[in-house]
Write a protein that binds this ligand. Structure first.
Ligand code: SER
Length: 312
């Protein structure tokens, strides 16, 4: 049987970098093609193939798919919630047209599987805040969230109409020491660890009690690949799966850090991201992911804090 060739779009991003290296370990470096707007030096371009690709450039996208006989596409190129509010048209174009190109190319070429990330941002202010269900009210009020909800519908449409094997996860805030996030509302939960280590204090842009669903990156990467490696017959949801590990607020992270760095201090200077966060769920019910493909997280807050502070 011919093995798969996997194309990663947005390999330089927060999820893309770690996912690329994880997949190269499993499938072999030459079978995982990393792409991003610009080639950078470092492990991504040195450990395997790297191509410059703007997901909006459909011709170049097709050329790369053909050049490498790509059979799986992970499209991770997106503008996140906070930056998206500043550049709404650009965010819409990148998030939607990038997905359209991916799904059209999947339809017209020998692509066996597509991965596309959704987010808790696809929910909105009137969605229930606790244990948010898989199927519930979704009324996002950020451009990013609107693009994620529309994208979920698009994924399901391509599955139903064109039998594209597309799979997706609604990520919570993701925390990693390897790649910094860019322009999200949950970015504080990464920055706080870097500042705790370097300066022993952090000024947070969300209120102390703003609770949000979160996940440590090793769980997120493993879960993503587990979903992609599950037998297609088990995948019952073709929009996007709820996906959960833990929920916390800034005060709780500060307390967790203080167990290791007792002199750590947090203060607050709230900005526009507070309003975005208030429109999102506080905790997620991910029963379908558990039942359909056996999802189980490994990291809670204190275990993540220990690992983050060891590595940042
Ligand atoms: N972490 C993302 C953000 O804050 C949510 O998907 O925008």
């Amino acid at each position: 049987m011919q093995s798969d060739t996997i194309l990663i779009i947005g390999a330089g991003g927060q999820i893309g970098g770690e996912l690329t290296m994880y997949l190269r370990n499993i499938f072999g470096s030459n079978n995982v093609i990393a792409t991003d707007l610009k080639k950078t030096s470092g492990e991504l371009s040195e450990s395997g193939p790297f191509e410059e690709l703007n997901v909006l450039d459909k011709n170049n996208f097709i050329e790369i798919v053909k050049k490498y006989d790509v059979t799986q596409i992970y499209n991770l190129a997106a503008m996140l919630s906070a930056t998206g509010e500043k550049f709404p048209l650009k965010a819409w174009q990148l998030n939607m047209d990038g997905l359209f190109n991916t799904l059209e190319i999947a339809k017209d070429n020998a692509i066996k599987k597509v991965y596309w990330p959704s987010s808790i941002a696809a929910f909105g202010p009137t969605t229930e805040k606790q244990n948010t269900q898989q199927n519930t009210i979704m009324d996002p009020v950020t451009i990013y969230g609107i693009s994620k909800l529309a994208g979920e519908r698009l994924c399901e449409w391509y599955f139903l109409k064109h039998h594209i094997d597309v799979r997706s996860i609604r990520y919570p805030g993701l925390i990693s020491y390897k790649t910094e996030p860019g322009g999200g509302t949950t970015d504080y939960a990464v920055d706080i660890y870097f500042k705790a280590k370097a300066e022993k204090k952090y000024t947070c842009f969300l209120e102390a009690d703003t609770k949000l669903p979160m996940m440590y990156m090793p769980d997120a990467i493993r879960g993503t690949v587990e979903l992609m490696e599950t037998n297609a017959a088990k995948i019952k949801i073709r929009s996007s799966y709820n996906f959960a590990a833990m929920s916390f607020d800034p005060q709780m992270v500060a307390e967790s850090i203080k167990k290791i760095i007792p002199e750590f201090e947090i203060d607050y200077k709230i900005d526009f991201r507070q309003q975005i966060a208030e429109g999102w769920p506080q905790s997620i019910d991910d029963t379908p992911a558990k039942n359909d493909w056996g999802w189980k997280p490994e990291f809670g807050l204190d275990k993540m804090t220990k690992d983050m502070l060891e590595h940042v």
